[in-house]
Design a protein around this ligand. Structure first.
Ligand code: PMP
Length: 317
């Protein structure tokens, strides 16, 4: 198998054991391939003074179990075992900084929409991953409002990080890229702002930090939560509320948050400059705070880092 995309990856965790990259394959009759029946996570491991450390690992594992619960998927591991498997995958590949992608999906079974007859399979891959929205991310990216709406909460629950949800995300992303933007912003069914195709959105207005609330068809991001915590700590007012589209064009600052994008400033929406068209003061301050938190320079005062080197307690089954 061509290793063009993942030259550094040696091992992938599959159903309880580490297998060589080339052997981490599945059958074409896998249920998830046909019907989008999978839930997953995106996690980052950062280089710190004391070696690699995973950012908010228990929270990511919890969200994965919540996503699985919505789709009636029983994960055959405890949360602690799952977290241990993530750490094992990083250690096996000897990565310090990397992105980790756990996936829980319906495997090979009798064809048909009913997912309950297909077994639950688990894989965990990890690879070094740089800037998700490219090197221009420091200056701020150009975004557009998508013509595609986010799915209604009573169609596909956005609070589950499910593979099928990313068909909507792909429509938003492809439209944005085809029209020369880096990213698209989805509106919810009421026409208010939801989120980007793979990231949450914040705006700064009169010194306050505002982000759409979870009722607006968005994934409750773990970076979003970290940014709200860090902002409150430095005395910034934070509000989760409905964000009308118009505010995207008139706010002072705008940025995306997410595990892959971290905090990425947005310099224009639909070619209309945000503020002065470059990253604003609040955004830059939060990027600095976030950087301190993920690198452990703040002595991990929130308890957000799990060192990769220290084995976690395993439950014996
Ligand atoms: N929204 C969507 C649709 C996403 O895919 C992601 C990335 N997981 C986020 C928001 C950001 O979530 P987090 O900060 O937990 O990575």
């Amino acid at each position: 198998m061509a290793r063009d995309f993942y030259p550094d990856v040696q091992w992938i965790w599959m159903n309880g054991r580490l297998v060589e990259f080339d052997k981490a394959t599945i059958h074409v009759m896998t249920h998830a391939l046909h019907y989008g029946s999978g839930v997953f996570e995106g996690i980052r491991c950062y280089q710190t003074k004391r070696g690699g450390a995973v950012f908010r690992l228990p929270e990511h594992v919890e969200r994965l179990f919540d996503s699985a619960k919505i789709y009636r998927m029983e994960i055959p591991l405890s949360r602690e075992e799952f977290a241990g498997a993530v750490l094992d995958t990083i250690r096996a590949n000897e990565f310090e900084a990397c992105y980790i992608r756990p996936l829980v999906y319906r495997g090979y079974g009798p064809m048909g929409v009913n997912p309950l007859l297909s077994p639950i399979e688990i894989s965990i891959a990890a690879w070094p991953w740089g800037r998700y929205l490219g090197e221009e991310a420091d200056r701020g990216v150009e975004a557009c409002v998508s013509s595609w709406r986010r799915s209604a909460p009573n169609s596909l629950p956005a609070t589950a990080k499910a593979t099928g949800n990313y068909l909507n995300a792909q429509l938003i992303k492809m439209e944005a890229i085809s029209n020369g933007y880096s990213e698209g912003i989805g509106l919810d069914m009421q026409g208010d702002v939801s989120e980007g195709s793979g990231e949450n959105l914040f705006l700064v207005q009169n010194g306050a930090l505002i982000t759409p609330n979870v009722a607006s068809s968005l994934l409750s991001g773990i970076t979003r939560d970290a940014v709200m915590t860090l902002a409150r700590e430095i005395g910034i007012e934070v509000r989760e509320e409905r964000v009308p589209r118009g505010l995207l064009y008139t706010c002072d600052e705008l940025f995306f948050t997410g595990t892959a994008v971290e905090i990425t400033p947005i310099r224009s929406v639909d070619r209309i400059p945000v503020g002065k068209g470059r990253p604003g003061e609040v955004t830059r301050r939060l990027i600095a705070e976030f950087q301190q938190a993920v690198s452990g320079e703040d002595d991990d005062r929130h308890g957000w880092l799990t060192p990769v080197g220290v084995p976690v307690a395993r439950e014996v089954s």
